[in-house]
Design a protein around this ligand. Structure first.
Ligand SMILES: [Zn+2]
Ligand SMILES: [Zn+2]
Length: 156
């Protein structure tokens, strides 16, 4: 992506702050039953803050600013099985891989490989379900609406 295109995208992003589902770096698969987002996936460019930051507490922001390597891309994930908290640094290869697998049409196979909770995707139905439509047991085993079971416990 060249710089000019990036600036245009940023300007579009700024004018469309109320509509965040179609922005390039915000990738939210939806529940096949209620259409709510099943996982929040945000890739933040170097020297940028995540959009989520406006909902963070002062302590969270302080620790984010303290530990974040602003030279790197940054990845924030929250799915039915858990989240990576304030996020993780990722390299350009992982960024590109993530963007590819979370762009429509979704690459379900790659999503399942990348995330322990498959971003809410049932491995047997090949459909996404939100936290409400997964029944998640105390040990992290999820049951989808048609009774498939899979572990949603985050181990990554
Ligand atoms: Zn749902
Ligand atoms: Zn299922």
């Amino acid at each position: 992506m060249n710089l000019y295109k990036l600036i245009i995208l940023l300007l579009i992003g700024m004018t469309l702050t109320s509509c965040n589902s179609n922005e390039s770096n915000r990738l939210d698969p939806e529940c096949s039953i209620c259409k709510k987002s099943t996982a929040k996936i945000e890739i933040v460019s170097p020297n940028k803050d995540p959009k989520e930051i406006e909902y963070w507490s002062k302590e969270m922001i302080e620790s984010y600013r303290k530990y974040r390597d602003f030279n790197s891309f940054y990845f924030i994930y929250s799915g039915p099985g858990g989240s990576n908290g304030l996020g993780d640094e990722i390299d350009i290869e992982r960024k590109e891989r993530l963007e590819k697998i979370f762009s429509k049409p979704y690459n379900l196979k790659a999503i399942k490989k990348e995330f322990y909770d498959a971003a809410g995707c049932c491995k047997k139905c090949d459909k996404f379900y939100c936290k409400k439509h997964w029944f998640i047991s105390s040990i992290g085993v999820g049951t989808c609406p048609v009774d498939h079971k899979q572990s949603l416990d985050p181990h990554w």
